[in-house]
Design a protein around this ligand. Sequence first.
Ligand code: PNS
Length: 160
Amino acid sequence: MRRAVCPGSFDPMTNGHLDIIGRAAALFDDVYVAVLVNESKRSLFEPDERIAILEQGTQAMGNVKVEAFVGLLVDFCAERSIDTIVKGLRAGGDFDYEVQMAQMNRTLSGVETVFVPTAPQWSFVSSSLVKEIARFGGDVESLVPSYVLDRLARRLSGPS
Ligand code: PNS
């Protein structure tokens, strides 16, 4: 039984995230999506809402489970007998930091990291850019599922 985790902040989930999770689900028996809850980092969406979005996106994938986590990713892995971290790698800037984290996680616990190259159509997409564009009224319809679009509109029109 090969068990993997796709970790991230997912604030909010984008089409790029969904693509990586789906591809991980095709490669592994079980996939956990681990949603980082970082009290010191201000997020647009609360953890519960980020999880609800991910659950909606992955409901058709029978082997994917979404959970929040605090603390170290390697501890999340150890508690669930997960031996592989799956990360999407965009062309350009992701590489150095991602390799550093992969080496650190392997040193800490032996967990391996597998990098999946992002699909070309999502290689420029990030949650941060989606939020910035949406905040200033730009069109992000092609970058996130419709249910994320609705939540973005509601959140950005409401109290901050
Ligand atoms: O979507 P993000 O914010 O780029 O995801 C980063 C994440 C959650 C994968 C990374 O920050 C992480 O693993 N945080 C948990 C704390 C931890 O284990 N830190 C040591 C990393 S080597």
